[in-house]
Write a protein that binds this ligand. Structure first.
Ligand SMILES: [Zn+2]
Length: 75
């Protein structure tokens, strides 16, 4: 893992390489990341090669599962 462990908030899509048949629609969901590269909702391992500033992630792409939902910055 190359992601430095900082307190900086970050967001990413799940790492689709974990799935045999990545679902394109589901792939567009962006999760808030934890330092260990899992999503805050605990559902997905994230692709830490391509991350976003959480502030810049559009409302419609944000993961709304418990954990991620509370982590998004207020608009
Ligand atoms: Zn999530």
């Amino acid at each position: 893992m190359t992601q430095p462990e900082t307190e900086e908030p970050w967001a990413a899509q799940r790492d689709a390489s974990w799935y045999d048949r990545p679902n394109v629609r589901t792939n567009k969901v962006v999760h808030v990341g934890r330092p260990d590269s899992w999503s805050r909702c605990g559902r997905s391992f994230l692709d830490d090669e391509m991350t976003w500033d959480p502030q810049g992630v559009s409302e419609s792409l944000r993961c709304r599962s418990n954990g991620c939902r509370q982590a998004w910055p207020a608009p």
